[in-house]
Design a protein around this ligand. Structure first.
Ligand SMILES: NC(=O)c1ccc[n+]([C@@H]2O[C@H](COP(=O)([O-])OP(=O)(O)OC[C@H]3O[C@@H](n4cnc5c(N)ncnc54)[C@H](OP(=O)(O)O)[C@@H]3O)[C@@H](O)[C@H]2O)c1
Length: 256
């Protein structure tokens, strides 16, 4: 049975990587969880581990969030949450015109459509009950236009812009919105994206548990946005002062 004064969080994309680490930290903070992704086994294993270790309630929802049915199943199965973490997302590396459009459009369905629909639904419920916290996982890719990563960078630019605006809209209604903008994190992301990190990129990568830790601290403080990793911090300034033609050449070289 749910204890009503306990916090409850919905974490999408909790079957691996950053989402799994976020779920673990929230569980260690005595938060009941609803974890969602497509891989049932991984979710059930995590749920069992967290339930036993922290004596929390951890509900599993298996859903493909690129589909309307998947998103609606989450909306219907979950009533109230205090925390929403929109983390599920993926990218695919390659030239836009040369790749099939279907998978690229699914990226928009997951990274933008599902995130927006879940935020809309749960922010309304949070406002009604007088408070809540939302974390939307963007990326440092939000700051750049990425030849070879065009749709992914554009989806993350959307997530950052949208989250900043909602942070302001909701600030006097008890709901905070935090955008998380990680740089390289070694997770399942690279395999899905068809990306091989160089030695330098691996060295600059921040471990997923550290990213999750920083993200949760920032979310709890109600920060508007957070970028873990000292090497990533200059990026917003660099992109403001570097002409776009030069940015495109540099990013093109890096992503080749
Ligand atoms: N890793 C990085 O370098 C990096 C950097 C910046 C931002 N990010 C962002 O961080 C977030 C988490 O990525 P990650 O690095 O932790 O990668 P990951 O290990 O591949 O995790 C992605 C998560 O999203 C879930 N997911 C993917 N497609 C889904 C779908 N159709 N429906 C429901 N869930 C789905 C996956 O679960 P299932 O496969 O079980 O469905 C998995 O739990 C993403 O939004 C990503 O864009 C990552």
């Amino acid at each position: 049975m749910r204890i009503m004064d306990k916090e409850r969080a919905l974490v999408t994309g909790a079957s691996s990587g950053i989402g799994m680490e976020i779920a673990k930290i929230l569980a260690s903070q005595n938060c009941d969880l609803v974890i969602c992704a497509r891989r049932k086994n991984e979710l059930e294993k995590l749920s069992k581990k967290l339930t036993e270790k922290y004596n929390i309630d951890c509900e599993v929802i298996v859903a493909d969030l690129t589909t309307e049915q998947g998103i609606n199943s989450v909306i219907q199965k979950v009533d109230e949450v205090d925390i929403l973490v929109n983390n599920a997302g993926f990218g695919i590396l390659g030239n836009h015109t040369e790749m099939q459009s279907e998978r690229q459009l699914q990226m928009i369905d997951l990274n933008i459509h599902a995130l927006t629909k879940l935020t809309h639904e749960f922010s309304n419920r949070m406002v009604k009950k007088g408070g809540g916290k939302i974390m939307n996982v963007a990326s440092i890719a939000a700051y750049i236009s990425g030849p070879g990563f065009a749709v992914y960078c554009a989806t993350k630019a959307y997530v950052l812009s949208y989250s900043r605006a909602l942070h302001k809209e909701l600030e006097n209604r008890g709901v905070t919105v935090t955008a998380l903008c990680p740089g390289y994190v070694v997770t399942g992301f690279q395999e899905v994206a068809g990306m091989k990190l160089s030695r330098m990129e691996k060295l600059s990568a921040v471990p997923a548990n550290k990213v999750a830790n920083i993200a949760i601290k920032s979310m709890r403080k109600g920060r508007r946005e957070v970028m873990p990793g000292i090497v990533n911090k200059p990026l917003p300034l660099v992109t403001r002062i570097t002409p776009m033609w030069l940015q495109l050449i540099i990013v093109n070289q890096i992503l080749k």
